[in-house]
Design a protein around this ligand. Sequence first.
Ligand code: URA
Length: 190
Amino acid sequence: MDPLEELHRGALACRRCALAKTRGRVVFGSGHAGASILLIGEAPGANEDRGGLPFIGQAGKLLDRALAEAALRREDLYIANVLKCRPPGNRNPKRDEIEQCRPWLEGQIEAIDPGVIVPMGNFALKLFAGASITIGKARGKRFGHGGRAVLPIYHPAALLYNRSLLPLFHEDMRSVAALAACTEQGAGGG
Ligand code: URA
């Protein structure tokens, strides 16, 4: 079995934290197993908890629009979350939940081996940057992490509450596409 599929199977049976008791489905992630771009959200919401796939609700629609506008296709990327299970009532992830769940995401990064990691929102950002940094400051600014490029962007759900962030979100997604194109060219030796 390929490493990502093996990891997926393991995650479906995960009971490392209390969210295993309240979840509907484990939302492992979806997309291309060899994607050059990995988008990382926060945690499944109600729709994802029912459907088993990331970003299939309202925030997902905004994400899809930005992807299309940047000429990126969902099936060419990989989309995962910091937490694989829904926190009840969509509350914020707790520190111990993040720590217990982190090996799944680390396994995904290793298996997919993306050149570009895109943390969407504060919870994903903090996995790669210092605890005091916020997405408002970090968005659109690329940095390196473990030999990969990291380009943080707003979480799509933030756009539901603040429509004025929409142009920035679209601009950042275009930067993600441009960065991935550069990275792929570099990797291909061109
Ligand atoms: N918000 C997230 O962070 N992830 C999802 O999959 C859906 C909404």
